[in-house]
Design a protein around this ligand. Structure first.
Ligand code: 2M8
Length: 489
């Protein structure tokens, strides 16, 4: 009898995660992204938790090894054994080593969407050894709380109650069309591209990456933030990009709800976290929901107005159980409309941008392609609101994309073709989560108190290598690799 598709995908996903493992963390991609990325690690840990509870814990703990004294959780923790030439901007650009209060490891200095508490809670839900998972939560809770407190004390702007991002990279959706208008006020200084060399184009085609003008602006914004000493209270007149993003804030609120559950599990008061989650949800509805577009949008703080673009970031707030019925209805209508085509059999997954927009680009990075992480977030949101009728086609779509194109970085929603880098970790990790969801009773919506004390042996039944320090072993080390067109399965 031939092996079922979920089982083939499960094995392939584990193989990808195992080969991208660097001893205490996982690289998003062995070629394009050879360090540890913040929100990637959260998705990866969720996938790992179905295979090796210990690795999943190590993944998150090693990420928090890069946390700064002020609670900031940097977007990248650099692997010191990887050549600086491999990835730009690397440690010598960010210079975290000269910042008082930075971590002893080299890190970048901007943040990424705060989904880590949610990942930590999923680790408990997926754990074969819940007692061990509870001890892990005890250990990581203070770090997660500090991550959120940094946002609450340093990033909330203008009494909005919501966190602002200071760089498009902080959104995770780097070249989203939502940033076009806010970025238009950032001058393009082409000399920066001579001074600093882009490395991404050595690994993938320029038509699948942000443009040179985008990069000139990214470098300028990052350098100005760095040169201010990463000062979140610098004068507004010197700030060129300040945006309140619905995905970022929704994940913060969703993680705050998770932190409430974690606090309960370890015998602490969940109420402050629940209160903050509620406030975030209400503030988002007030400031970011656009009744005309019937979706959440970004708010450009410097312009004092919303950015009227329909992107997947506007649909991710579905993860919040506290949204009003009216808003949930708007978002599900939006998803099934011609703009995102959820029930259209010719559209695969959730496109990152409005299919009807004149500048929709099916292979343009975050300007149209379907990504598995944002599709997975919408899938989780649909299940929060018991819309299994809409979640089911997404389950199928995510498996189909991976089975047909492999664990690519992203996919053209109209053709299902894979684009960007290969062997992409969060694609593998989240497919593993979806496969697991199919194969057993789903625990993600179960009250944490009902999680049994003992679910048997350690997840994989295998032993994993001893962690001999950070990022021991594995490619890439100072050399390029070539990869076959299709994955091996
Ligand atoms: C992409 O972002 C990095 C910069 O942080 C890059 O383009 O070099 C984004 O897709 C981001 O969301 C992701 O975390 C990162 C690593 O996968 O790559």
């Amino acid at each position: 009898m031939s092996e079922s598709r979920p089982s083939v995908l499960r094995r392939a996903a584990i193989r990808t995660l195992a080969s991208n493992w660097r001893g205490s963390s996982t690289v998003p991609s062995p070629s394009l992204y050879p360090h540890q990325w913040s929100w990637d690690s959260a998705f990866i840990a969720i996938g790992l938790s179905h295979w090796s509870q210990r690795r999943a814990e190590t993944e998150l703990l090693s990420l928090f090894g890069g946390q700064w004294r002020d609670g900031r959780l940097p977007a990248i923790v650099f692997d010191p054994s990887v050549d600086e030439e491999w990835y730009f901007p690397g440690p010598s650009f960010w210079r975290s080593d000269v910042i008082p209060g930075a971590a002893p490891l080299a890190t970048s200095d901007i943040v990424q969407p705060p989904i880590h508490a949610r990942a930590a809670l999923d680790l408990l839900r997926n754990a074969r050894e819940p007692a061990r998972a509870r001890a892990f939560l005890q250990r990581i809770y203070p770090r997660l709380r500090r991550e959120h407190d940094y946002l609450a004390t340093r990033r909330v702007v203008d009494g909005s109650g919501l966190a602002a991002i200071v760089h498009p990279w902080e959104s995770g959706l780097d070249n989203s069309p939502s940033w076009d208008a806010p970025l238009a006020r950032v001058p393009v200084d082409r000399s920066l591209l001579r001074r600093y060399q882009r490395r991404d184009l050595q690994h993938t085609g320029s038509d699948e990456r942000p443009t040179d003008d985008d990069y000139a602006r990214y470098i300028r914004l990052a350098a100005r933030y760095r040169d201010s000493g990463y000062d979140d209270s610098r004068p507004r007149s010197s700030v060129e990009f300040l945006v309140i993003d619905p995905l970022f804030n929704a994940l913060w609120a969703w993680s705050e709800e998770a932190l409430a559950d974690i606090a309960g599990v370890i015998g602490l008061d969940p109420e402050p976290h629940l209160r903050r989650a509620r406030c975030l949800g209400e503030a988002m509805t007030e400031l970011l929901f656009d009744p005309e577009l019937a979706t959440f949008t970004a708010y450009d703080v410097l312009a004092g107005s919303r950015v009227p673009r329909r992107t997947v970031a506007g649909l991710v707030p579905l993860v919040l159980g506290t949204l009003s019925q009216g808003i949930v209805r708007s978002l599900t209508q939006q998803l099934t409309s011609v703009h995102f085509g959820l029930l259209d059999t010719d559209i695969a997954g959730i496109p990152s941008y409005d299919l009807c927009a004149p500048d929709f680009d099916g292979r343009g990075y975050w300007r149209g392609p379907t990504w598995l992480n944002t599709t997975w977030l919408v899938w989780r949101g649909l299940r929060v609101h018991s819309r299994d009728d809409l979640a089911a086609p997404l389950t199928e779509a995510m498996l189909e994309l991976a089975a047909e194109a492999g664990f690519r970085e992203y996919f053209d929603p109209r053709t299902g073709r894979g684009h960007g880098t290969r062997h992409f970790s969060w694609s593998a990790a989240l497919v593993l989560d979806v496969v697991q969801h199919l194969s057993r009773a789903d625990t993600t919506t179960m009250p944490v108190a009902e999680i049994a004390d003992d679910r048997g042996e350690a997840t994989s039944g295998r032993r994993h290598p001893r962690h001999s320090g950070r990022h021991a072993g594995g490619p890439p080390r100072h050399r390029r690799q070539s990869y076959s067109e299709r994955p091996a399965w």
